[in-house]
Design a protein around this ligand. Sequence first.
Ligand SMILES: [Zn+2]
Length: 263
Amino acid sequence: MKNLLLFLGMLTFSTQTFATDFKDYQIFGTYNLGCISKTVEFPLKSKDYQVQIYGEGRNFAHPLMIEYLNSLIKRAKEAKLPPLLIGDLSKKNGGPYGAKSNHASHAIGLDVDLPFDFASPKKSDYELHHPKDRYIVNSKGPNQNFDKKVITLIKLAASDSKVERIFVHPRIKQHLCKTLKGEDRKILQVLRPWFGHRAHMHVRLACPKDSPYCKAQAKVPAGDGCLETETWFLPPDPKAKPVKAQVRKKKQLPPQCKAILKI
Ligand SMILES: [Zn+2]
């Protein structure tokens, strides 16, 4: 009896520490302009997925993101999807990718790009280093690549409570607004229309509770956002005044990042 109590005591202790102990992984700043004191490396080699490699050292993230990806890979396998392809995460201590990169964010270990493609047939090393975009929409709507497998992948990616928002091309959101039914429509709220994102979705997780300097983004608006998505396709208002170019103040990285990124 005494042993059993001791065992149960250890169990509660271990689950508590696993779920909440991310204090070593402190995030500073925003998704665009920030850094992270420590990350976990997402393994490049696995039989269950392949990682696209646009550049070296882009496979690091906050442990919550690693948990998210492992769970997604497992659920995709259960749903009989082919092995997943995983795109860019963050650099070892986060930080902006720089003006030459196509990433404006991915700076704090909470963003990942998930291509609308699968590791089946298995990609060669050359293909992983020179990834080809597989678009699922054109400027008018879905193409033949927007199939059941891709829809299942989007549904699985969006239905994890860790997800704060997912950026997809407005035509992708529009198509899902028209076709998803019943319970499946719940995922629409986190799907946010944005430029690009025709060949991959960009998944963003919420700031972890124990990273007080992680600057959260505004919450996604209530509702499915389908009406708002239609505004992306309206012709420009002829009466609208031309927007004057504004001189923007150059934003600075949080001071803590200078030490973390050694800059
Ligand atoms: Zn991205």
